[in-house]
Design a protein around this ligand. Structure first.
Ligand SMILES: NC(=O)c1ccc[n+]([C@@H]2O[C@H](COP(=O)([O-])OP(=O)(O)OC[C@H]3O[C@@H](n4cnc5c(N)ncnc54)[C@H](OP(=O)(O)O)[C@@H]3O)[C@@H](O)[C@H]2O)c1
Length: 285
């Protein structure tokens, strides 16, 4: 389908619609998040990405209510933090997230990071499976409308689905020019898992890259708009974050141009532009 605005949707494997650009809230302090979320919704976003670890869910929920937009017209995602893995803790953590956001349901709930062998040794796979079992329960009960993963690479997904009853619908990965994660994106797309791009600007660091700047100039667009457009043209759902209303608007003003195949290819080939580029098997948080 040809996307014409940030409210046009990708379709998840369970048939649910997910607006094709999400608004990121990482590192938006609680005292700014309320206003930022309201302004993002005024700018046209209908998909908000938050997480328990961001410490701003109450403010995000207040910003949503301030907007006056009916809940059913919004898509709200949150994520289970790493300290809350396991069946019982996951169920409890989800209730807390719902309470903080002040909502009856999430549109999408994600396991924020896979438990890895570095921290959990042979128990890593079992712990991810236990957590996923709770996700399946939350999905079946209707508390969450879709379930998925974040920072899971193909081998983590393979291990998880070997004991899963419900397949993950989303994988939220760090994806931006310089860090395209092409193999993981391809794997997800072959398995009907929608990829979301966190850090679509490499946490701002990729935006000064002169190749991106000069490609953008040809279309009358900024490097940030090129990053968002590049993700969309790969059927990857970008989650740009900005606390500035003009940038919020600019970051979704990407539907009046199309990168050529040649420009896509050049961007695909960029490397080492910044961002965290972290290996989920090496992290110790
Ligand atoms: N699943 C995960 O593990 C994970 C990890 C990290 C992030 N995320 C999600 O992905 C979202 C995006 O990632 P991110 O916040 O790390 O980084 P990002 O969106 O790649 O970059 C945000 C940075 O770029 C700046 N910026 C935004 N638009 C701009 C523009 N048009 N021109 C110039 N600068 C611009 C922002 O500054 P201002 O705000 O000052 O405009 C901010 O410093 C997060 O907010 C979060 O929802 C998920």
């Amino acid at each position: 389908m040809r996307l014409t605005s940030c409210t046009d949707a990708f379709t998840l494997s369970n048939g649910n619609a997910i607006p094709c650009i999400g608004y990121g809230t990482f590192e938006t302090p609680a005292d700014e998040a309320r206003k930022a979320v309201r302004e993002a919704l005024e700018a046209g976003y209908r998909h908000i990405d938050t997480a328990a670890i961001y410490g701003n869910q109450e403010a995000v929920g207040a910003g949503i209510r301030d907007s006056g937009i009916p809940r059913e017209q919004l898509f709200v995602t949150s994520k289970l933090w790493n300290t809350e893995r396991g069946y019982d803790k996951t169920l409890k953590a989800c209730e807390q997230t719902l309470n903080e956001l002040g909502t009856d349901y999430l549109d999408l709930y994600l396991i924020h990071w896979p438990a890895n062998r570095k921290q959990f040794g042979d128990r890593a796979q079992e712990l991810n499976a236990e957590t996923w079992r709770a996700f399946e329960e939350l999905y079946k009960s209707g508390r969450v409308k879709a379930i998925g993963l974040s920072n899971f690479l193909p081998h983590h997904i393979e291990a998880l689905v070997s004991s899963a009853a419900v397949m993950p619908m989303v994988d939220q990965l760090e994806v931006h020019p310089g860090w395209p994660q092409a193999a993981a994106v391809r794997y997800c797309q072959e398995h009907r898992i929608q990829v979301e791009a966190w850090g679509p600007f490499g946490h701002r660091e990729v935006l000064d890259n002169q190749t991106l700047v000069s490609i953008g100039r040809k279309y009358g667009k900024s490097s940030a708009q090129v990053c968002v457009r590049w993700a969309l043209q790969h059927n990857v759902l970008p989650l740009p974050k900005s606390v500035h209303a003009d940038r919020m608007r600019a970051n979704i003003d990407v539907f009046d141009f199309e990168l050529t195949d040649e420009d896509m290819h050049v961007i695909d080939g960029l490397r080492d532009l910044g961002g965290s580029c972290s290996d989920p098997d090496a992290v110790d948080f």
